[in-house]
Design a protein around this ligand. Sequence first.
Ligand SMILES: [Zn+2]
Length: 126
Amino acid sequence: MIDLFDLIDIHQQGQIGGITALQANTDQRVTKQGAAAVDLERRYEHLRLLTMAMWKLLKDRTGATDADLRECVEHIDLLDGKKDGKVTRHRGVMDCDSCHRRILKTATVCVYCGAKNHQGDSFHPT
Ligand SMILES: [Zn+2]
């Protein structure tokens, strides 16, 4: 015969199972975010290496100076009217609302995470 304590045990076991599943899901997301951060750092280091190599080649072959580079960076930064250390985005691209990677505005879904792109969708609330 099942008594009140058995019912409470069954209920608690169900809750523990739910929490365990939630914890496993959280662990998977944390692991995935950690892998994404490692990949981002690897890509950053590769771009940094390429930039340094290109700058050395340019300096060696053209005689350009660091002052020339700073002036050029400032000029490009100001092309959008704001000195904010950023390059103006191309009008045809945007950041995905879900993963924040750069995607085409005309894309119906993000190529990285598969989230729907609601840009230009009049029926989707903003
Ligand atoms: Zn995305």
